[in-house]
Design a protein around this ligand. Structure first.
Ligand code: PDD
Length: 286
């Protein structure tokens, strides 16, 4: 069976889906998106992802085309119409199509809704066991990084810079402080204390970030949410990245130097286990 997607109210084969070049998503990257992991055909933290999508659309002044119930149904349909048990669902909503290219937008456009899914690509076992390498880079993105917009060119350039250096992620610094990764949130550990930067307009409020903080609280792990200085990042005992697709992944080299002793640290290993247990419990509970 070939992949099936949802475009503007219809289920269609992905290979046949077509969008007008006059769509503002194509012309201006004018839209928002979500990536939702699906395990055993159940979307993980779906309502939280849909709430973040609603927040992104509100920030972009795009009228949310659906209420939460309808969104849940649409996501369910796409999951059901595809083969894989573990998937990653991609939702994109653009402001819609206009007759003429014009920066200021016409009120009342009909948003374009596109939902597809792909097989969930999990982190290779060697990366999980040994950790991955990252570079640092200046965060030159705009000042609304809290919105999950499809205008990802800066993130793509930064990730590509990491990739060219043989690394998995670029960790971003702005004015001497850690913000996040090009497509992930970043946690560090110093002297047994897990540290995370606070949510602000400078980073995406990650769904995995929230789960990790909840797990730290539940299990009594010492932690603090506060600004993290570049020096604190560079001399951290552990660094991890978190995202819906990579979950909790240790970074063991930063700018070609080992992080801590160069191996995944005990706190990160523990957090990964708590995350797996939590996932299994939530999925079993429906
Ligand atoms: N990206 N920060 C940025 C800039 C991101 O793009 C992502 C996720 C995250 C982590 O958020 P979450 O835990 O909700 O996945 C943080 C997704 C996976 C992507 O763009 O493919």
């Amino acid at each position: 069976m070939s992949a099936v997607c949802h475009l503007d109210g219809s289920l269609v084969p992905l290979a046949e889906a077509r969008v007008s070049p006059m769509d503002r998503g194509f012309l201006f990257a004018d839209g928002g998106y979500e990536v939702i992991p699906v395990y055993s055909r159940q979307a993980f933290r779906l309502d939280e992802h849909l709430a973040r999508l609603a927040n992104t659309l509100a920030g972009l002044e795009i009228v949310n085309p659906h209420g939460i119930e309808r969104w849940r149904e649409l996501v369910r349909e796409v999951i059901d119409h595809n083969d894989w048990d573990d998937q990653s669902v991609y939702i994109q909503v653009t402001r819609g199509r206009e007759a003429r290219r014009s920066h200021a937008f016409t009120e009342g456009l009909r948003p374009t809704v596109f939902i597809m899914c792909e097989a969930l690509v999990t982190v290779p076992e060697t990366q999980r066991e040994q950790g991955v390498a990252a570079i640092t880079a200046g965060d030159f993105r705009w000042l609304r990084c809290d919105l999950k917009t499809i205008a990802l060119l800066a993130n793509c350039l930064l990730r590509n810079q990491a990739s060219k250096a043989g690394c998995v992620e670029a960790i971003l610094l702005r004015d001497g402080f850690l913000t996040e990764g090009s497509a992930s949130n970043i946690f560090i550990v110093r002297e047994g204390v897990m540290l995370a930067p606070p949510k602000s307009h400078l980073m995406l409020p990650g769904i995995t970030y929230d789960v990790v903080l909840e797990l730290a609280a539940t299990h009594g792990l010492r932690h603090a949410v506060r600004e993290i200085l570049e020096d604190e990042l560079r001399s951290a005992d552990e660094i991890w990245l978190t995202s819906s697709t990579k979950e909790v992944l240790p970074i063991t080299r930063l700018d070609d130097r080992p992080v801590g002793d160069g191996r995944p640290g005990p706190v990160g290993i523990q957090m990964y286990r708590w995350y797996q247990d939590f996932k299994a419990r939530v999925m079993r509970g429906g």
